[in-house]
Every structure is written in structure tokens, then in C-alpha cells.
Design a binder for this molecule. Structure first.
Ligand SMILES: *[C@@H]1O[C@H](CO)[C@@H](O)[C@H](O)[C@H]1NC(C)=O
Ligand SMILES: *[C@@H]1O[C@H](CO)[C@@H](O)[C@H](O)[C@H]1NC(C)=O
Ligand SMILES: *[C@@H]1O[C@H](CO)[C@@H](O)[C@H](O)[C@H]1NC(C)=O
Length: 398
């Protein structure tokens, strides 16, 4: 008994689970509908529903968009304000498209204190926006947008959504070391330093610009073998005369002066070069200024990476085809707690949808990231508009 108590106490003291929302039958008590768009009849309603395949009649249920071409605005107060500054922050939830979704968002937004749930609309400034956004397949993208320094800052890397009828787990993790990680169905799609993804953030490691190349630095891996000497028989002509006799009917007046034809000398070996040998004083490569911790990052600017007053989670989307189920929202700072929640929720659902999948497939992250980079580069070259432009194009039409 005693060890169990100690363990559970330590979890409570050192880890935080801010929100675990499984959308049981009491969900309406916690979620507030916004009145925005109500008058114009453009506001859609959420219903309590499960995907086609379910691990449990009730536990598989989440909230589902139920009317086509509508706005959806709904939010929940987490109940207390929390800060993610200097901490890990994990945000995850599941999405199941029961419809065939051509165009529609299924992302969530996290808001700081001072947010008016009853008037929630697309104009409300979020702190973090995260999740899939599908439109005409060319614009499918997982958003990670942070409101920092007075601007909404989108992540650089483009991550494809999973646009099928299964239940997919989307996870965003801000690690303490300022790395950002995005997982889909527990596969890491992205793991990068935040300053690489958002140029806004100061680099956590920089080159030491004061460092100078040491005078004895030697970047030549090979050097000339000074003891090597040219063999005495090396120098021979490249071409030598053949044994051809002057033809008997050769007419010097008509054919010009007879010249014996030449051939390549098989003994010719070209220019002699001394042997190269490993350089005993090789320093290991080109000299580079060493990496150091960026001195500009002091405790105070830790704030750049986190949010101080997080409090609400909301869904604010437009859907052309309704039928998306949002479920299993987790917000916390502890990866073990997160895993336990995922095991109790999405993993059970996933087993019903993929009964034959034994162990999770390991993906080569670096490879897929490189592929994505190439694709984005190609698009930029071809002048394909950025997703956000595409999105505006599409929202303007309705
Ligand atoms: C940051 O922390 C995460 C989680 O521990 C780890 O996976 C990642 O490799 C770390 N990044 C760097 C650059 O050390
Ligand atoms: C979650 O499930 C996985 C796979 O079944 C297991 O390895 C892991 O220990 C579980 N994690 C927790 C925290 O329960
Ligand atoms: C799973 O495996 C069984 C037996 O091998 C097969 O009959 C079934 O079609 C498979 N199901 C799926 C969803 O692949």
C-alpha cells in the first residue's frame, strides 16, 4: 500500500494534467456554445456521436459537426489558469471524419484568460492553434500557429493531414529544451528546435563569433610523401613512330612529304606525381566556430517560448461537409500521463479500426521530413499559393 501512495503523490506534485476531456454524456455541462452566427442561421450544432467502428458504445463518442456549410464555435473553460513557460506542454486530441471531407477545418484553439466564451468567434485571438485543415487536398495541412509578439506565427514545415474515416490522434508537444514535436497516431512527424520552425524565436545555440581558427589548424587529410621519388624510367614520349614503310607509289610532289604515322606509347604514364599519405597533423576537417548557448537567452526571455495565462480550449471551424468528430482532448505537461490517457482512449479506438496492426510502425522521420521539404520547395518554385492564401480564397466565397 505505502509505495503506491508515494508514487501517486509524487505524480500529483510534479506533473500537471490540465485537461482530460473524453466527452461523456455530461459534456454539455462543460462546453459553451457561442451565439455568434446564430441570428444568420449560419451556426452549426454539435451532436454527441461515435464513429462507425467503435470500441465502446459510449466511450467512443465525441462531439460531431452535424450540418453542412456552417460555422462551429464551442469552448470549454479548463477551470484554472496555467502557464507553459519553462515547462513541457502537450496538447492532443482525436479527429474522425465520418463524412468525405473535401473542405473543412478540424483544428482546436487554446485561449488565454479574458476570453468571452458566449461571444466566441473567428475574431478571437488565440494563443495556440493546432490541428488539421483540409481543403481540396492540395491545401491539406496540420496547423501549428502561435500568437507571439503581436502576430500569428505559422510553423514552416508542412505536415499532411490524415483525411480518411479512421480516428486519428494529433499531438503537439513543446519540450522544455525548446523543441517542438508533432505526432500523428504516435508517429513523430516533426521534431525540431523552435527557432528553426519560427524565425521569431531566438536561436538557443549560436556559433561563437569570437572564436578564431588556431594557427596550427591543419585541414589537409592527405599530404605529399616527400620520400617518394620519380622512377628513372618514368619519362618517355607519349607518341612513338610506327614501323610503317613509305608506300611504293608515294608521290612527294602530289602527296606531300612522307611522314611516318605515330602511335600511343604503351609505356607512357603521364605526369609523375608523388604519393599522398595521411597527414599526421590533420585536425579533423575544416575549422568551424564552435556552438555555444545563446547569451541573449536569459531566464526572462523563456517567456518567448511559452504562454503565461492559458485557460480555455475551443473549436472554431467552418465545414463544407459536416461529420467530423472531435474527442479525447488532453492538455498537460507529463508524457507518462499523456501516454496513459492515449492508451485508455485513442489506442482502444485505433485497435478497433486497425485490428491487424500489431506493433506501431516506426517511421524514418528524417526521410519523410526531407521529402516534405522538397515538396514545399517545388511548390514555391511553381508558384502554388501558400495554404493560408488558399484558405482565404475559399472562405471569401461563402
Ligand atoms: C529535446 O527534448 C526532446 C524530448 O526529450 C528530445 O526528443 C529532443 O531530441 C531534444 N532536442 C534536442 C535538440 O536536444
Ligand atoms: C501504453 O501502452 C503501451 C503499448 O501497449 C505500453 O508500452 C505503455 O507502457 C503504456 N503506457 C502507459 C503509461 O500506460
Ligand atoms: C485481418 O486479418 C484477417 C485474417 O488474416 C483478414 O481476414 C482480415 O481481412 C484482416 N482485416 C483487415 C482490416 O485488414
Amino acid at each position: 500500500m505505502i509505495p503506491v501512495i508515494i508514487i501517486s503523490l509524487s505524480i500529483q506534485l510534479f506533473s500537471h494534467v490540465y485537461l482530460q476531456e473524453e466527452f461523456d454524456y455530461t459534456w454539455r455541462d462543460r462546453w459553451v456554445d457561442s451565439t455568434t452566427h446564430e441570428d444568420e442561421g449560419k451556426r452549426g450544432t454539435f451532436v454527441w456521436a461515435a464513429p462507425e467502428k467503435k470500441f465502446d458504445k459510449e466511450a467512443s463518442k465525441g462531439i460531431k459537426t452535424s450540418e453542412d456549410s456552417k460555422f462551429y464555435h464551442i469552448s470549454r473553460d479548463i477551470g484554472s489558469t496555467f502557464s507553459s513557460v519553462g515547462k513541457t506542454l502537450i496538447i492532443s486530441y482525436t479527429v474522425s471524419h465520418t463524412q468525405k471531407l473535401d473542405c473543412g477545418g478540424s483544428y482546436i484553439k487554446i485561449f488565454e484568460e479574458g476570453f468571452d466564451q458566449a461571444k466566441f468567434s473567428g475574431d478571437d485571438q488565440y494563443a495556440i492553434m493546432f490541428g488539421p485543415d483540409d481543403c481540396r487536398s492540395t491545401n491539406d495541412k496540420v496547423h501549428v500557429i502561435l500568437h507571439k509578439g503581436g502576430e500569428n506565427r505559422a510553423m514552416k514545415t508542412k505536415i499532411k493531414t490524415k483525411n480518411d474515416k479512421n480516428t486519428h490522434l494529433y499531438t503537439l508537444i513543446f519540450h522544455k529544451n525548446h523543441s517542438v514535436e508533432v505526432r500523428i497516431d504516435e508517429h513523430t512527424e516533426l521534431l525540431k528546435d523552435m527557432h528553426e520552425e519560427w524565425s521569431y524565436f531566438p536561436a538557443s545555440r549560436i556559433r561563437d563569433s569570437t572564436a578564431k581558427q588556431p594557427s596550427d589548424w591543419d585541414d589537409r587529410p592527405l599530404i605529399v610523401d616527400e620520400t617518394d621519388v620519380k622512377p628513372a624510367d618514368w619519362d618517355v614520349p607519349e607518341y612513338i613512330e610506327t614501323n610503317t614503310e613509305k608506300p611504293a607509289d608515294w608521290d612527294e610532289e602530289k602527296d606531300g612529304k612522307w611522314i611516318v604515322p605515330l602511335k600511343r606509347n604503351p609505356l607512357f604514364k603521364g605526369e609523375w606525381k608523388p604519393k599522398m599519405i595521411p597527414n599526421p597533423s590533420y585536425s579533423g576537417g575544416k575549422w568551424e566556430q564552435p556552438w555555444i548557448d545563446n547569451p541573449e537567452i536569459v531566464d526572462d526571455t523563456e517567456k518567448d517560448f511559452g504562454f503565461e495565462k492559458l485557460r480555455y480550449v475551443g473549436i472554431d471551424v467552418w465545414q463544407v461537409q459536416s461529420g467530423t468528430i472531435f474527442d479525447n482532448i488532453f492538455i498537460g505537461d507529463d508524457l507518462v500521463e499523456y501516454e496513459a490517457f492515449v492508451n485508455a482512449t485513442w489506442r482502444k479506438q485505433h485497435k478497433v479500426e486497425f485490428p491487424n496492426e500489431s506493433t506501431p510502425k516506426k517511421k524514418d522521420d528524417s526521410k519523410s521530413a526531407k521529402k516534405e521539404e522538397k515538396k514545399v520547395e517545388k511548390k514555391e518554385k511553381e508558384g502554388i499559393p501558400d495554404d493560408d492564401e488558399g484558405w482565404e480564397w475559399y472562405t471569401d466565397r461563402w
